[in-house]
Ligand binder design. Structure first.
Ligand code: UDP
Length: 493
Protein backbone atom coordinates (compact mmCIF):
# COMPACT_ATOMS: atom_id res chain seq x y z
CA UNK A 1 0.00 0.00 0.00
CA UNK A 2 1.22 3.54 -0.74
CA UNK A 3 3.23 4.58 2.34
CA UNK A 4 2.64 8.33 1.79
CA UNK A 5 -1.12 8.03 2.01
CA UNK A 6 -0.81 5.54 4.89
CA UNK A 7 1.13 8.09 6.92
CA UNK A 8 -1.79 10.53 6.65
CA UNK A 9 -4.24 8.00 7.94
CA UNK A 10 -5.30 8.18 11.57
CA UNK A 11 -7.85 5.73 12.98
CA UNK A 12 -9.40 6.44 16.36
CA UNK A 13 -10.76 3.44 18.31
CA UNK A 14 -13.31 4.14 21.04
CA UNK A 15 -14.48 1.09 23.01
CA UNK A 16 -17.47 0.88 25.36
CA UNK A 17 -16.48 0.73 29.03
CA UNK A 18 -16.56 -2.98 29.86
CA UNK A 19 -13.70 -5.53 29.60
CA UNK A 20 -15.49 -7.60 26.92
CA UNK A 21 -15.53 -4.48 24.71
CA UNK A 22 -12.19 -2.83 25.56
CA UNK A 23 -10.05 -5.98 25.32
CA UNK A 24 -10.95 -6.91 21.72
CA UNK A 25 -10.84 -3.25 20.58
CA UNK A 26 -7.31 -2.87 22.02
CA UNK A 27 -6.25 -6.12 20.30
CA UNK A 28 -7.76 -4.90 17.04
CA UNK A 29 -6.01 -1.52 17.38
CA UNK A 30 -2.69 -3.34 17.86
CA UNK A 31 -3.30 -5.35 14.67
CA UNK A 32 -4.24 -2.22 12.71
CA UNK A 33 -1.10 -0.39 13.86
CA UNK A 34 1.02 -3.32 12.64
CA UNK A 35 0.02 -2.14 9.13
CA UNK A 36 1.77 1.18 9.85
CA UNK A 37 -1.45 3.09 10.31
CA UNK A 38 -1.52 5.60 13.14
CA UNK A 39 -4.03 4.39 15.74
CA UNK A 40 -5.32 6.18 18.84
CA UNK A 41 -7.35 4.34 21.47
CA UNK A 42 -9.52 6.60 23.60
CA UNK A 43 -10.68 5.42 27.00
CA UNK A 44 -11.28 6.78 30.49
CA UNK A 45 -8.44 7.22 33.04
CA UNK A 46 -9.39 4.23 35.23
CA UNK A 47 -9.90 1.92 32.27
CA UNK A 48 -6.58 3.02 30.77
CA UNK A 49 -4.61 1.68 33.74
CA UNK A 50 -5.06 -1.97 32.67
CA UNK A 51 -3.87 -1.35 29.11
CA UNK A 52 -0.93 1.06 29.52
CA UNK A 53 1.78 -1.59 29.88
CA UNK A 54 0.64 -3.50 26.81
CA UNK A 55 0.38 -0.34 24.67
CA UNK A 56 3.76 0.96 25.90
CA UNK A 57 5.32 -2.34 24.80
CA UNK A 58 3.81 -1.87 21.35
CA UNK A 59 5.16 1.70 21.17
CA UNK A 60 8.64 0.50 22.18
CA UNK A 61 8.55 -2.06 19.38
CA UNK A 62 7.87 0.78 16.90
CA UNK A 63 4.10 0.55 16.50
CA UNK A 64 2.36 3.89 15.68
CA UNK A 65 -0.21 3.46 18.44
CA UNK A 66 -1.21 5.57 21.44
CA UNK A 67 -3.63 5.41 24.34
CA UNK A 68 -5.33 8.69 25.24
CA UNK A 69 -7.39 9.23 28.39
CA UNK A 70 -10.57 11.30 28.31
CA UNK A 71 -12.34 12.04 31.58
CA UNK A 72 -15.64 10.19 31.99
CA UNK A 73 -18.56 12.43 33.07
CA UNK A 74 -19.67 9.95 35.75
CA UNK A 75 -20.27 12.46 38.55
CA UNK A 76 -22.22 14.76 36.20
CA UNK A 77 -24.52 11.80 35.42
CA UNK A 78 -25.03 10.83 39.07
CA UNK A 79 -22.56 7.94 39.21
CA UNK A 80 -20.03 7.77 42.04
CA UNK A 81 -16.42 8.82 41.48
CA UNK A 82 -14.29 5.78 40.69
CA UNK A 83 -16.93 4.04 38.59
CA UNK A 84 -16.00 4.18 34.92
CA UNK A 85 -17.13 0.81 33.64
CA UNK A 86 -20.26 -1.30 33.61
CA UNK A 87 -18.90 -4.11 35.76
CA UNK A 88 -17.98 -1.68 38.57
CA UNK A 89 -21.48 -0.14 38.90
CA UNK A 90 -22.33 -0.30 42.62
CA UNK A 91 -26.05 -0.77 41.90
CA UNK A 92 -28.11 -1.92 38.93
CA UNK A 93 -30.42 1.06 39.61
CA UNK A 94 -27.63 3.21 38.14
CA UNK A 95 -27.70 1.56 34.68
CA UNK A 96 -29.69 4.49 33.22
CA UNK A 97 -27.25 7.02 34.75
CA UNK A 98 -24.34 5.10 33.26
CA UNK A 99 -25.89 5.41 29.81
CA UNK A 100 -26.39 9.16 30.35
CA UNK A 101 -22.66 9.44 31.15
CA UNK A 102 -21.84 7.42 28.01
CA UNK A 103 -23.88 9.89 25.92
CA UNK A 104 -22.23 12.93 27.55
CA UNK A 105 -18.74 11.51 26.95
CA UNK A 106 -18.84 12.64 23.30
CA UNK A 107 -18.27 16.29 24.35
CA UNK A 108 -14.77 15.90 25.85
CA UNK A 109 -13.97 13.46 23.03
CA UNK A 110 -14.85 16.08 20.43
CA UNK A 111 -12.63 18.63 22.22
CA UNK A 112 -9.78 16.13 22.02
CA UNK A 113 -10.40 15.52 18.30
CA UNK A 114 -9.58 19.19 17.57
CA UNK A 115 -6.10 18.59 19.00
CA UNK A 116 -5.26 15.20 17.42
CA UNK A 117 -2.51 15.11 14.76
CA UNK A 118 -3.04 14.21 11.98
CA UNK A 119 -6.76 14.89 12.18
CA UNK A 120 -8.68 11.58 12.57
CA UNK A 121 -9.62 9.95 9.26
CA UNK A 122 -12.07 7.49 10.78
CA UNK A 123 -13.66 6.44 14.08
CA UNK A 124 -14.06 2.80 14.98
CA UNK A 125 -16.74 3.28 17.60
CA UNK A 126 -18.37 0.76 19.85
CA UNK A 127 -22.01 0.37 18.87
CA UNK A 128 -22.96 1.07 22.49
CA UNK A 129 -21.71 4.68 22.27
CA UNK A 130 -24.28 5.87 19.70
CA UNK A 131 -23.65 9.58 20.39
CA UNK A 132 -20.41 9.18 18.38
CA UNK A 133 -22.67 9.18 15.30
CA UNK A 134 -23.02 12.96 15.90
CA UNK A 135 -19.23 13.27 16.20
CA UNK A 136 -18.67 11.59 12.84
CA UNK A 137 -21.26 13.86 11.18
CA UNK A 138 -19.78 16.96 12.83
CA UNK A 139 -16.24 16.17 11.62
CA UNK A 140 -17.29 14.57 8.29
CA UNK A 141 -15.37 11.36 8.93
CA UNK A 142 -16.64 7.81 8.53
CA UNK A 143 -17.78 5.88 11.59
CA UNK A 144 -17.31 2.16 11.56
CA UNK A 145 -18.99 0.25 14.34
CA UNK A 146 -17.70 -2.58 16.44
CA UNK A 147 -20.09 -4.38 18.76
CA UNK A 148 -18.02 -7.32 19.92
CA UNK A 149 -20.38 -9.88 18.36
CA UNK A 150 -20.05 -12.35 15.50
CA UNK A 151 -21.86 -12.44 12.14
CA UNK A 152 -24.26 -15.19 13.24
CA UNK A 153 -25.46 -12.86 16.02
CA UNK A 154 -25.80 -9.91 13.71
CA UNK A 155 -27.81 -11.93 11.22
CA UNK A 156 -30.01 -13.56 13.90
CA UNK A 157 -30.84 -10.20 15.52
CA UNK A 158 -31.58 -8.63 12.14
CA UNK A 159 -33.77 -11.47 10.85
CA UNK A 160 -35.66 -11.89 14.13
CA UNK A 161 -36.29 -8.17 14.31
CA UNK A 162 -37.52 -7.90 10.71
CA UNK A 163 -39.66 -11.08 10.77
CA UNK A 164 -40.96 -10.64 14.35
CA UNK A 165 -41.08 -14.44 14.28
CA UNK A 166 -41.21 -14.62 18.10
CA UNK A 167 -44.52 -12.74 18.30
CA UNK A 168 -47.32 -15.06 19.31
CA UNK A 169 -44.86 -17.76 20.41
CA UNK A 170 -44.96 -18.74 24.08
CA UNK A 171 -41.79 -18.31 26.18
CA UNK A 172 -41.14 -22.04 26.35
CA UNK A 173 -41.80 -22.97 22.70
CA UNK A 174 -39.00 -23.23 20.16
CA UNK A 175 -39.09 -21.22 16.94
CA UNK A 176 -36.83 -21.46 13.90
CA UNK A 177 -34.75 -18.36 13.19
CA UNK A 178 -35.54 -17.47 9.56
CA UNK A 179 -33.02 -16.89 6.78
CA UNK A 180 -29.92 -18.56 8.26
CA UNK A 181 -27.49 -20.90 6.48
CA UNK A 182 -28.27 -23.54 9.19
CA UNK A 183 -31.53 -24.58 10.83
CA UNK A 184 -31.29 -22.97 14.28
CA UNK A 185 -34.10 -23.03 16.80
CA UNK A 186 -34.37 -21.07 19.99
CA UNK A 187 -36.82 -20.03 22.66
CA UNK A 188 -38.28 -16.59 23.15
CA UNK A 189 -36.99 -16.72 26.74
CA UNK A 190 -33.42 -17.01 25.40
CA UNK A 191 -33.58 -13.91 23.21
CA UNK A 192 -31.44 -10.86 24.03
CA UNK A 193 -33.08 -8.10 26.06
CA UNK A 194 -33.39 -5.84 23.00
CA UNK A 195 -36.53 -7.76 22.02
CA UNK A 196 -38.33 -6.86 25.25
CA UNK A 197 -39.27 -3.18 25.76
CA UNK A 198 -37.92 -1.97 29.09
CA UNK A 199 -39.97 -0.07 31.74
CA UNK A 200 -36.91 2.22 31.89
CA UNK A 201 -37.43 5.03 29.33
CA UNK A 202 -33.73 6.01 29.31
CA UNK A 203 -32.90 2.44 28.32
CA UNK A 204 -35.53 2.32 25.55
CA UNK A 205 -34.33 5.65 24.14
CA UNK A 206 -30.73 4.46 24.26
CA UNK A 207 -31.61 1.24 22.40
CA UNK A 208 -33.37 3.23 19.68
CA UNK A 209 -30.31 5.49 19.30
CA UNK A 210 -28.13 2.39 18.96
CA UNK A 211 -30.40 1.03 16.19
CA UNK A 212 -30.38 4.37 14.33
CA UNK A 213 -26.62 4.80 14.72
CA UNK A 214 -26.08 1.25 13.47
CA UNK A 215 -28.15 1.90 10.36
CA UNK A 216 -26.19 5.10 9.58
CA UNK A 217 -22.71 3.61 10.07
CA UNK A 218 -20.22 3.25 7.20
CA UNK A 219 -19.77 -0.43 8.04
CA UNK A 220 -19.12 -2.91 10.78
CA UNK A 221 -15.89 -4.55 11.82
CA UNK A 222 -16.25 -8.02 13.35
CA UNK A 223 -13.99 -10.06 15.62
CA UNK A 224 -14.44 -13.35 13.78
CA UNK A 225 -13.08 -15.07 10.69
CA UNK A 226 -14.88 -16.03 7.51
CA UNK A 227 -14.01 -19.75 7.63
CA UNK A 228 -15.68 -20.04 11.04
CA UNK A 229 -18.98 -18.50 9.99
CA UNK A 230 -19.31 -19.72 6.49
CA UNK A 231 -22.14 -17.82 4.78
CA UNK A 232 -23.16 -15.62 7.72
CA UNK A 233 -21.10 -12.49 6.88
CA UNK A 234 -22.21 -12.59 3.22
CA UNK A 235 -25.87 -13.07 4.14
CA UNK A 236 -25.75 -10.24 6.72
CA UNK A 237 -24.21 -7.92 4.10
CA UNK A 238 -26.82 -8.98 1.56
CA UNK A 239 -29.86 -8.38 3.76
CA UNK A 240 -28.67 -5.15 5.40
CA UNK A 241 -26.47 -3.61 2.73
CA UNK A 242 -23.82 -2.96 5.43
CA UNK A 243 -20.13 -3.33 4.67
CA UNK A 244 -18.65 -6.05 6.92
CA UNK A 245 -14.96 -6.73 7.61
CA UNK A 246 -14.17 -9.90 9.61
CA UNK A 247 -10.68 -9.24 11.03
CA UNK A 248 -10.36 -11.75 13.88
CA UNK A 249 -9.54 -13.62 15.95
CA UNK A 250 -7.97 -10.45 17.35
CA UNK A 251 -6.77 -11.99 20.64
CA UNK A 252 -4.16 -13.90 18.60
CA UNK A 253 -2.21 -10.67 18.31
CA UNK A 254 -0.97 -11.51 21.84
CA UNK A 255 1.73 -13.99 20.93
CA UNK A 256 4.02 -14.68 23.89
CA UNK A 257 3.13 -15.57 27.49
CA UNK A 258 3.93 -12.06 28.73
CA UNK A 259 1.56 -10.42 26.25
CA UNK A 260 -1.14 -12.96 27.05
CA UNK A 261 -0.86 -12.47 30.79
CA UNK A 262 -0.78 -8.66 30.52
CA UNK A 263 -4.04 -8.64 28.56
CA UNK A 264 -6.33 -6.67 30.86
CA UNK A 265 -4.07 -6.98 33.91
CA UNK A 266 -0.61 -6.20 35.21
CA UNK A 267 -0.30 -9.15 37.53
CA UNK A 268 2.45 -11.30 36.02
CA UNK A 269 3.38 -13.06 39.27
CA UNK A 270 0.10 -14.94 39.61
CA UNK A 271 0.09 -15.75 35.90
CA UNK A 272 3.50 -17.44 36.23
CA UNK A 273 2.19 -19.48 39.18
CA UNK A 274 -0.81 -20.73 37.18
CA UNK A 275 1.44 -21.74 34.28
CA UNK A 276 3.76 -23.65 36.66
CA UNK A 277 0.76 -25.44 38.14
CA UNK A 278 -0.66 -26.28 34.70
CA UNK A 279 2.77 -27.61 33.65
CA UNK A 280 2.34 -30.30 36.31
CA UNK A 281 -0.77 -31.82 34.64
CA UNK A 282 -1.04 -34.01 31.52
CA UNK A 283 -2.33 -32.68 28.18
CA UNK A 284 -6.12 -32.05 28.06
CA UNK A 285 -6.65 -33.00 31.71
CA UNK A 286 -7.64 -29.66 33.36
CA UNK A 287 -11.05 -27.93 33.25
CA UNK A 288 -11.00 -24.13 33.09
CA UNK A 289 -14.24 -22.48 34.31
CA UNK A 290 -14.92 -18.76 33.97
CA UNK A 291 -18.19 -16.95 33.35
CA UNK A 292 -16.81 -13.67 32.02
CA UNK A 293 -16.28 -10.18 33.35
CA UNK A 294 -19.89 -9.08 33.96
CA UNK A 295 -21.68 -12.13 35.32
CA UNK A 296 -23.82 -11.85 38.44
CA UNK A 297 -24.59 -15.53 38.94
CA UNK A 298 -26.72 -16.31 42.02
CA UNK A 299 -24.89 -17.86 45.02
CA UNK A 300 -26.97 -21.08 44.77
CA UNK A 301 -26.03 -21.52 41.12
CA UNK A 302 -22.35 -20.82 41.77
CA UNK A 303 -22.37 -23.44 44.50
CA UNK A 304 -23.88 -26.00 42.08
CA UNK A 305 -21.13 -25.20 39.58
CA UNK A 306 -18.46 -25.61 42.28
CA UNK A 307 -19.94 -28.92 43.45
CA UNK A 308 -20.19 -30.13 39.85
CA UNK A 309 -16.51 -29.35 39.28
CA UNK A 310 -15.63 -31.13 42.51
CA UNK A 311 -17.70 -34.19 41.52
CA UNK A 312 -15.67 -34.71 38.33
CA UNK A 313 -12.60 -35.56 40.43
CA UNK A 314 -10.57 -33.80 37.78
CA UNK A 315 -8.15 -30.88 38.14
CA UNK A 316 -9.67 -27.45 37.52
CA UNK A 317 -9.17 -23.68 37.62
CA UNK A 318 -12.38 -21.91 38.61
CA UNK A 319 -12.65 -18.12 38.28
CA UNK A 320 -15.28 -16.59 40.55
CA UNK A 321 -16.25 -12.95 40.20
CA UNK A 322 -16.96 -11.12 43.45
CA UNK A 323 -20.35 -9.76 42.42
CA UNK A 324 -24.00 -10.58 43.13
CA UNK A 325 -24.51 -11.45 46.85
CA UNK A 326 -20.79 -12.26 47.06
CA UNK A 327 -20.93 -12.52 50.87
CA UNK A 328 -23.11 -15.67 50.62
CA UNK A 329 -20.66 -17.31 48.21
CA UNK A 330 -17.64 -16.47 50.37
CA UNK A 331 -19.45 -17.81 53.44
CA UNK A 332 -20.08 -21.11 51.64
CA UNK A 333 -16.51 -21.28 50.40
CA UNK A 334 -15.19 -20.81 53.93
CA UNK A 335 -17.71 -22.82 55.93
CA UNK A 336 -18.32 -25.75 53.61
CA UNK A 337 -14.62 -26.56 53.30
CA UNK A 338 -14.74 -26.60 49.47
CA UNK A 339 -11.25 -25.18 48.99
CA UNK A 340 -9.79 -27.57 51.54
CA UNK A 341 -11.42 -30.60 49.87
CA UNK A 342 -10.17 -29.72 46.38
CA UNK A 343 -6.72 -28.54 47.54
CA UNK A 344 -3.99 -29.58 45.13
CA UNK A 345 -6.30 -30.33 42.22
CA UNK A 346 -8.50 -27.23 42.21
CA UNK A 347 -7.48 -23.56 42.02
CA UNK A 348 -10.02 -20.89 42.83
CA UNK A 349 -9.32 -17.43 41.40
CA UNK A 350 -11.36 -14.70 43.10
CA UNK A 351 -11.35 -11.95 40.49
CA UNK A 352 -9.37 -11.66 37.27
CA UNK A 353 -7.66 -14.58 35.52
CA UNK A 354 -5.16 -14.39 32.63
CA UNK A 355 -7.69 -16.23 30.45
CA UNK A 356 -5.95 -16.19 27.08
CA UNK A 357 -2.76 -17.46 28.72
CA UNK A 358 -4.57 -20.24 30.59
CA UNK A 359 -6.59 -21.37 27.56
CA UNK A 360 -3.45 -21.62 25.44
CA UNK A 361 -1.84 -24.13 27.85
CA UNK A 362 -1.97 -27.69 26.53
CA UNK A 363 -3.11 -29.04 29.93
CA UNK A 364 -6.53 -27.41 29.43
CA UNK A 365 -9.04 -29.99 28.18
CA UNK A 366 -12.34 -28.09 28.45
CA UNK A 367 -13.63 -24.58 29.04
CA UNK A 368 -16.82 -24.16 31.07
CA UNK A 369 -17.94 -20.79 29.70
CA UNK A 370 -20.87 -18.37 29.65
CA UNK A 371 -20.31 -18.09 25.88
CA UNK A 372 -19.47 -14.39 25.78
CA UNK A 373 -18.18 -14.02 22.24
CA UNK A 374 -14.60 -13.16 23.26
CA UNK A 375 -14.39 -16.18 25.54
CA UNK A 376 -15.93 -18.53 22.99
CA UNK A 377 -13.59 -17.32 20.25
CA UNK A 378 -10.55 -17.50 22.55
CA UNK A 379 -11.41 -21.16 23.24
CA UNK A 380 -11.89 -21.81 19.52
CA UNK A 381 -8.44 -20.29 18.81
CA UNK A 382 -6.87 -22.44 21.50
CA UNK A 383 -8.53 -25.62 20.14
CA UNK A 384 -10.33 -26.19 23.45
CA UNK A 385 -13.84 -27.80 23.49
CA UNK A 386 -16.50 -25.82 25.34
CA UNK A 387 -19.03 -26.67 28.03
CA UNK A 388 -21.70 -24.02 27.69
CA UNK A 389 -23.56 -22.05 30.35
CA UNK A 390 -25.11 -19.02 28.54
CA UNK A 391 -26.82 -16.30 30.57
CA UNK A 392 -27.90 -13.29 28.48
CA UNK A 393 -27.34 -11.04 25.46
CA UNK A 394 -25.70 -12.86 22.51
CA UNK A 395 -24.63 -15.82 24.64
CA UNK A 396 -27.42 -18.22 23.57
CA UNK A 397 -26.64 -17.54 19.89
CA UNK A 398 -22.95 -18.28 20.60
CA UNK A 399 -23.97 -21.51 22.29
CA UNK A 400 -25.82 -22.48 19.07
CA UNK A 401 -22.73 -21.65 17.02
CA UNK A 402 -20.35 -23.83 19.04
CA UNK A 403 -22.77 -26.69 19.78
CA UNK A 404 -24.67 -26.93 16.48
CA UNK A 405 -22.68 -25.21 13.75
CA UNK A 406 -19.03 -26.07 14.49
CA UNK A 407 -19.83 -28.87 16.99
CA UNK A 408 -17.01 -28.21 19.44
CA UNK A 409 -19.27 -27.56 22.44
CA UNK A 410 -21.64 -29.40 24.77
CA UNK A 411 -24.57 -27.73 26.53
CA UNK A 412 -25.04 -27.94 30.27
CA UNK A 413 -28.71 -27.27 29.59
CA UNK A 414 -29.59 -23.68 30.56
CA UNK A 415 -33.11 -23.05 29.21
CA UNK A 416 -33.81 -19.38 29.95
CA UNK A 417 -31.84 -16.14 29.88
CA UNK A 418 -31.25 -14.24 33.12
CA UNK A 419 -30.66 -10.69 31.91
CA UNK A 420 -27.94 -8.52 33.43
CA UNK A 421 -29.45 -7.01 36.58
CA UNK A 422 -32.44 -9.40 36.75
CA UNK A 423 -30.78 -12.01 38.99
CA UNK A 424 -33.42 -11.60 41.72
CA UNK A 425 -35.96 -13.04 39.29
CA UNK A 426 -34.35 -16.53 38.97
CA UNK A 427 -36.96 -18.63 40.85
CA UNK A 428 -35.02 -20.58 43.49
CA UNK A 429 -31.73 -19.20 42.13
CA UNK A 430 -30.70 -22.38 40.29
CA UNK A 431 -30.90 -23.12 36.56
CA UNK A 432 -28.72 -26.22 36.35
CA UNK A 433 -27.72 -28.72 39.03
CA UNK A 434 -24.30 -30.06 39.98
CA UNK A 435 -25.26 -33.32 38.20
CA UNK A 436 -25.94 -31.38 34.96
CA UNK A 437 -22.56 -29.64 35.29
CA UNK A 438 -20.67 -32.90 35.89
CA UNK A 439 -22.50 -34.74 33.09
CA UNK A 440 -21.71 -32.05 30.49
CA UNK A 441 -18.05 -31.93 31.54
CA UNK A 442 -17.77 -35.73 31.32
CA UNK A 443 -19.11 -35.64 27.75
CA UNK A 444 -16.03 -33.59 26.82
CA UNK A 445 -13.15 -34.76 29.05
CA UNK A 446 -11.24 -38.03 28.67
CA UNK A 447 -11.04 -40.45 25.75
CA UNK A 448 -13.71 -41.88 23.45
CA UNK A 449 -14.58 -41.67 19.75
CA UNK A 450 -17.06 -38.81 20.05
CA UNK A 451 -14.77 -36.85 22.38
CA UNK A 452 -11.73 -37.37 20.15
CA UNK A 453 -13.68 -36.25 17.09
CA UNK A 454 -14.86 -33.13 18.90
CA UNK A 455 -11.28 -32.38 19.94
CA UNK A 456 -10.12 -32.91 16.36
CA UNK A 457 -12.74 -30.44 15.09
CA UNK A 458 -11.64 -27.95 17.76
CA UNK A 459 -8.01 -28.31 16.59
CA UNK A 460 -9.08 -27.78 12.96
CA UNK A 461 -10.87 -24.49 13.78
CA UNK A 462 -7.91 -23.33 15.88
CA UNK A 463 -5.61 -23.85 12.89
CA UNK A 464 -8.03 -21.98 10.61
CA UNK A 465 -8.17 -19.07 13.08
CA UNK A 466 -4.38 -18.80 13.24
CA UNK A 467 -4.09 -18.87 9.44
CA UNK A 468 -6.83 -16.24 9.09
CA UNK A 469 -4.80 -13.48 10.76
CA UNK A 470 -1.43 -14.45 9.28
CA UNK A 471 -0.18 -12.64 6.16
CA UNK A 472 -2.37 -13.77 3.24
CA UNK A 473 -5.13 -15.12 5.53
CA UNK A 474 -8.79 -14.03 5.16
CA UNK A 475 -8.77 -11.65 8.16
CA UNK A 476 -5.39 -10.20 7.19
CA UNK A 477 -6.77 -9.44 3.73
CA UNK A 478 -9.96 -7.99 5.24
CA UNK A 479 -7.87 -5.70 7.46
CA UNK A 480 -6.08 -4.41 4.33
CA UNK A 481 -9.48 -3.92 2.62
CA UNK A 482 -10.71 -1.97 5.64
CA UNK A 483 -7.67 0.32 5.51
CA UNK A 484 -8.11 0.80 1.75
CA UNK A 485 -11.81 1.61 2.17
CA UNK A 486 -10.98 4.25 4.79
CA UNK A 487 -8.31 5.75 2.49
CA UNK A 488 -10.81 5.75 -0.37
CA UNK A 489 -13.40 7.55 1.79
CA UNK A 490 -10.76 10.12 2.85
CA UNK A 491 -9.67 10.87 -0.72
CA UNK A 492 -13.30 11.35 -1.81
CA UNK A 493 -14.34 13.86 0.86
N1 UDP B 1 -11.42 -12.16 30.90
C1 UDP B 1 -10.19 -12.42 31.45
N2 UDP B 1 -10.15 -12.80 32.75
C2 UDP B 1 -11.25 -12.96 33.52
C3 UDP B 1 -12.51 -12.70 32.94
C4 UDP B 1 -12.56 -12.31 31.62
O1 UDP B 1 -9.16 -12.28 30.78
O2 UDP B 1 -11.13 -13.33 34.67
C5 UDP B 1 -11.48 -11.67 29.51
C6 UDP B 1 -11.74 -12.79 28.51
O3 UDP B 1 -10.54 -13.34 28.06
C7 UDP B 1 -12.51 -12.07 27.41
C8 UDP B 1 -13.23 -10.93 28.14
O4 UDP B 1 -12.57 -10.78 29.39
O5 UDP B 1 -11.60 -11.51 26.49
C9 UDP B 1 -14.68 -11.24 28.42
O6 UDP B 1 -15.42 -11.06 27.27
P1 UDP B 1 -16.62 -12.00 26.88
O7 UDP B 1 -17.17 -11.49 25.59
O8 UDP B 1 -16.21 -13.40 26.89
O9 UDP B 1 -17.67 -11.86 28.04
P2 UDP B 1 -18.22 -10.64 28.93
O10 UDP B 1 -17.27 -10.49 30.05
O11 UDP B 1 -18.30 -9.43 28.06
O12 UDP B 1 -19.54 -11.15 29.38
Amino acid sequence: MDSTSLSNLHIVCIPFMAPGHILPMVDMAKLLAKHNVKVTIITTPLNAIQYKTSINNEIESGSPIQLVEVKFPNVEAGIPEGCESLETLPSMDLKGNFLIAVNLWKHPIEELFEKLEPFPSCIIADKHIPSLADTSIKFKIPRIIFDGMNCLNLLCNHNINVSKVYEGVSDSDNFVIPGLPHRIEMKKSQLPMIFTPSPNEVLNGFRQRIRDAEAEAYGIVVNSFEELEDGYAEEYQRVTGHKVWCVGPVSLTNKDDQEKSQRGSKNLTDANEYVKWLDSWPTNSVIYACLGSLNRVTPKQLIEIGLGLEATNRPFIWVVRKAYKWGEVEKWLLEDGFEERVKGRGILIRGWAPQVLILSHNAIGAFLTHCGWNSALEAICAGVPLVTFPMFSDQFYNEKLVVQVIETGVRIGVENAVHFGDEDEVGDGVQVSKENVKEAIEKVMGEGEEKNERRERARKYADMGKKAIEEGGSSYINMLKLIKDIMHFKSNV
